[in-house]
Design a protein around this ligand. Structure first.
Ligand SMILES: [Zn+2]
Length: 115
């Protein structure tokens, strides 16, 4: 089953890739690089599946989606320690400080490899 959110996202990623290919007068897209934070709320499997379905009969037919996952990191505003978290907590595990999110919500197309 394809989740709508991921299908829409895959469509947007492909549109960015098509635009990049057009600007570079490229006919084929080989790879699309995506930076994706652990907290971006995207299912990688669903996204890859959607991408593979939507790329058919397009200049990106043989393109692979290269996903660079960014872990969730947060710094405490009290003790100053930085933690890598499985999921985002508002409070520091070591003191009662508040955690400030540093990374993990990224969702952007890094590069489009085309020719
Ligand atoms: Zn702390």
């Amino acid at each position: 089953m394809i989740i709508l959110h991921e299908a829409t996202l895959a469509e947007n990623i492909l549109n960015i890739a098509f635009d990049a290919a057009e600007k570079n007068h490229a006919k084929k897209i080989f790879a699309v690089g995506l930076t994706l934070g652990e907290l971006a709320g995207v299912e990688v499997e669903a996204l890859t599946l959607s991408f593979d379905v939507l790329k058919k009969n397009s200049p990106a037919e043989n393109a692979t989606l290269k996903i660079n996952r960014v872990p969730c990191r947060a710094t405490c505003n009290k003790c100053g320690k930085t933690f890598t978290l499985e999921r985002y907590n508002f409070f520091c595990p070591e003191c009662d400080g508040v955690l400030i999110l540093q990374s993990g919500r990224e969702l952007l197309v890094d590069f489009v490899d085309c020719e």
